[in-house]
Design a protein. Sequence first.
Length: 279
Amino acid sequence: MRHDYRWVLPRTTIQLGKRTAIMGILNVTPDSFSDGGDYFDFDKAIARGREMEQEGADIIDIGGESSRPGSEAVPEEEEIRRVVPVIEGVAKAVTIPVSVDTYHSRVAQRALEAGAQAVNDISAFRFDDHMPAVVKENRAGVVLMHSRGTRDTLHLQPRMTDAIAEVGDSLSLAAQKAVAAGIPSESIVIDPGIGFGKAAEESIVILKSLGVFSKIRYPVLVGTSRKSFIRLITSDIQEARGSGTAATVVVAIMNGAHVVRVHDVRQTRVLADVTDRLV
C-alpha cells in the first residue's frame, strides 16, 4: 500500500499515491546508452516533449549528460548549451512540468530560470555543495538519487554488504540534509538508484524490496528503463529493452513506487493504469 503525497513544485503540485506518475526521459545527448542522438536536434526534442505529454507523461526529465557506464563528464557550459534551450522550448510547448537531470548547481540554476520546476540529482547533493541552496532559492522540487563513488567511478563500485540497509540509510541522510538546507519535505522525492553503483543482483534485490524505502516517509521514484541489469534475466537484448523494462515497471509499482522514470511513455501509461487498478 502506497502512502499518498503531494510533490510541490514552484507552479505545479503532482498528487502521488493513488495513481502512478510517469516521468518521461528526454536525453539531449549524442551518447546516451539507449537513445543517444535521437533527440539531440532541437526540433526533434521539442516534438518529443509534446508527444510524451500526449502519451500520458506527468513530468518530462531533460538531461544533457549521459551517465551510462564508460561515459565521460560533460563541461558545464556544454551541458547548459544542450539543455537550457530545450527546457525553455519544452516548458512553453507543454502544460506538464519539466525537470532537469543534472548534478551541477550552475546548470540547475540556468535550467530553473528557463522553466524547469525540479532537479533530478543522481548524486543526492554529493557532487555539488551549492545544489541545496539552488533548489531552496528557486522553490524547486528535487529527486535525491542514491549512487556511490565519484562521477567517474559510479559504475566501478565494490559489492555492498547489505544493499537495502546502505541505500536506505544514505537516502534518509540525503533527505535530512535537504530539509536542513531549508527545502520543504513536500518538495522531495527519493530514488534508490537502480543500476548506479550496484551490481545487477543488488539492483534486483532493491527492486524487490522497495517497500523498505517507504519507511523513510518520502515518495519513491524508480528508474529501470532499458537498464543492463535486466539482461541478467533475459539474454534477448531487444526484448530486455521493451518487455523486460515493462516487467520491472509493473514490479516497481506493485512494490510501492510512486513515480516511474521511463523512455516508453505510451506503453508505461497503460501498464501503470492497469497495475494501479489491480493493486
